[in-house]
Design a protein around this ligand. Structure first.
Ligand code: SF4
Ligand code: SF4
Length: 305
């Protein structure tokens, strides 16, 4: 079996739905896009500048020859009723949650690559751009990577390796129908300001857990029911229709579900935060329980569809 076939088999046995290979040449389009965004939105320039080193996969790993890119499908879990109306599905199914059955996948994949005799480094590349170049996902106009069977309910993982492997054919430029703008219309804060252009500092996901506090009132008022993350553009996307398959339980959420309603989060105490919520959602620091309270109170008051 060739090294490439062995890597694909390993990815499939690990639970990934797709695996592709690309080279370690620079991602020039990605770099150019980051620079355009910096010039257009100087107030958010730091966010984009921090991402620039990923444009050159050789940075820090001059020995890397190829990039292995895989797709994890998280859109296969039965989520407790109601949670996905105010918490992003990506976060509910975060594979970094210890009790999530997918938690061990990246470690297993890395160990498997090493067992094939490869030198390996995790990440350090622009994941969505790498997925497109490795042919395992397309890049939709809302900025998400899309797999034909799974929609955008996926995560991309990548490893740089020291073997020169035949690169796969890149995916076509975009999987989006020519006239579709459903994501732009659905975006509550105008973060999708043009096809393919995502203004990170206006994205509700970032505003909910990462933006400096307090959030500007004109954005805060538009965040609606979202307490942690936001799926509005993905829910509106026709490429996602029928792509979430509720075929596996999500036991790591069962005990927590009652504590994750807007009403419960709005008055959560320190102990519940530390024991139940913080182990599931890592982006809001220990010290910022107030942020959960504020997001939840806003979410609780927002009109429900
Ligand atoms: S995640 Fe929400 S705020 Fe961010 S681009 Fe999509 S719809 Fe807009
Ligand atoms: S809503 Fe339409 S334009 Fe936006 S990502 Fe989906 S298919 Fe593409």
């Amino acid at each position: 079996m060739s090294m490439k076939d062995a890597i694909r088999q390993l990815a499939s046995e690990t639970g990934y739905v797709a695996c592709g290979i690309t080279g370690t040449g620079p991602f020039e389009e990605y770099r150019a896009a980051l620079r355009r965004l910096q010039a257009r939105f100087p107030e958010a320039a730091d966010l984009y500048r921090d991402m620039e080193p990923r444009a050159d996969p050789k940075t820090g790993t001059p020995w890397a020859r190829s990039i292995v890119v895989v797709v994890r499908r998280y859109g296969r879990y039965r989520l407790p009723a109601g949670l996905a109306r105010h918490i992003g599905r990506n976060y509910l199914c975060d594979r970094r949650i210890e009790a999530c059955p997918d938690a061990a996948m990246p470690k297993k994949m890395k160990a498997g690559l090493q067992a094939l005799g490869l030198r390996v480094r995790t990440g350090g590349v622009p994941l969505r751009a790498a997925a497109v170049r490795a042919g395992v996902a397309g890049l939709a106009r809302n900025g998400f990577a899309v797999h034909p069977d799974c929609g955008s309910w996926i995560n991309i993982e990548a490893w740089k390796v020291d073997a020169e492997l035949e690169p796969d054919q890149p995916a076509p430029q975009t999987p989006c129908p020519p006239d579709c703008r459903a994501c732009e219309r659905a975006c509550p804060t105008g973060a999708l300001f043009e096809p393919g252009g995502v203004r990170m500092d206006h994205c509700v996901a970032y505003l909910s857990y990462g933006a400096p506090w307090p959030v500007a009132p004109e954005l805060w008022e538009r965040m609606g029911p979202w307490i942690y993350g936001c799926d509005a553009c993905q829910l509106a996307c026709p490429l996602n229709h029928g792509r979430w398959e509720e075929r596996e339980p999500a036991p790591w959420l069962d005990n927590a579900a009652g504590q994750l309603t807007p009403e419960a989060l709005a008055q959560m105490d320190e102990e519940t935060y530390r024991k139940v919520v913080r182990p599931l959602f890592g982006y809001i620091p220990d010290t910022d329980l107030f942020r959960w309270h504020a997001n939840a109170r806003r979410g609780r008051e927002a009109p429900r569809e």
